[in-house]
Design a protein around this ligand. Sequence first.
Ligand code: SF4
Ligand code: SF4
Length: 436
Amino acid sequence: MQLLTFKGGVHPKYRKELAKDSPIKKIEPPEFIYLPLTQHTGIPSKPIIEKKDEVEVGMKIAESNGKLSVPLHSSVAGVYMGLVNWPHPLGGRKEAMKIKLDPQRTFEWKEEERDVDLFSEDQIIEIVKEAGIVGMGGAAFPTYFKMKVPPDKKIKDLIINGAECEPYLTADHRLILERAEDIFKGVEILKRVLNPERVWIAIEDNKMDAIDRIKEFSSSYPWANITIHETKYPQGSEKQLIQSITGKEVPEGGLPFDVGAYVQNVGTVIAIYEAVCYSKPLYERVVTVTGPVRDPSNFLVPIGTPFEYLIEASGGVFGGTMQIINGGPMMGIAQVYPEVPVIKGTTGILVQNEKETLEREVSPCIRCASCVDVCPMYLMPTEIYKFIELEDFEKAKELGVLSCMECGGCGYVCPSYIPLPQHFKYAKAELMKEKK
Ligand code: SF4
Ligand code: SF4
């Protein structure tokens, strides 16, 4: 078996065994849902309903508000309580639409299947936009915008990302096991729009059951090539996936289509299939809830559900909660408020207890170069860090800090426990401020 890989990367403790065997369970909605207007990269959506309006599941409640923006839909049936200033999983507080559930109005999305051949490529892109679909692997980039490939670019390699390289998270793994055929149907729609020369379905070798599941469909969908990747973080990041499959490197500041590639996560592909064939907007998603909870789970969750409600549904925490993380341990963001809601890009909720959050004392750099060896973007983290300490952000920029994808690999291996990625995030924010 040939394993594909990329240069650099780390091998953290994956701990996927906690939730990987937990089938996706649909969760009953909580009494209140909080839908932040900021759900995706770009411009937040704009509300189109009034306080006290009745809402239905899947009803459009906020419209796209600019070139890079998508609508937002209610994830429950109930009453709109107005805009509130609510904690946001990406940090701080932001405007969110609060909805009170009407428990009498239960709901299942049941629409007649539509024939995809009825739609032109432009109509498919418009359906994807109106369904509010964004990248569900965490990036939350509006999918319709990504599907509009410039006319001078040709997609040669369409890569379906089932790598799920973040430790602990298993939502995509379960989707492949439970909804493999829907993934193929979604890819057929993408193929229509992008017309690629080749299609790859990429999975890491720690998910052999998922690889076998995909292989079961190889005679029905002969255009699909399965690639098996070494389990190494961050294999699931767009650039590393492209490099390990095609051998091509996306140029600095460039995009995948500059090397003829297009990457889409498995969850997003299913959302595309449901939108185009069943008119279903993106109002729910699969979220892994894991760590020291009694019953680590993969839930199908109404978007807007508070994290604390899902942690409770997983049986609560043992060992005392010290930290709640939006996402996995490598790229996730620690939360201040447990009432923070699931958004479209929430892949998982990781809880850590006291034992797992030991504070480590930072010591001076010993110039071991471990951070240089693991950086998948070929940066010199130790050098960049030195200039950020001196607040010399221009020099950090010269050394490529803007190419840092904040994967966390350098911080993970640093024997001096220097919080390198946090420094790079800070420097990028400072450079952005200057640019503005
Ligand atoms: S410098 Fe950035 S891209 Fe490189 S390992 Fe560190 S966090 Fe990852
Ligand atoms: S890994 Fe840490 S100690 Fe080693 S060179 Fe990089 S910053 Fe210095």
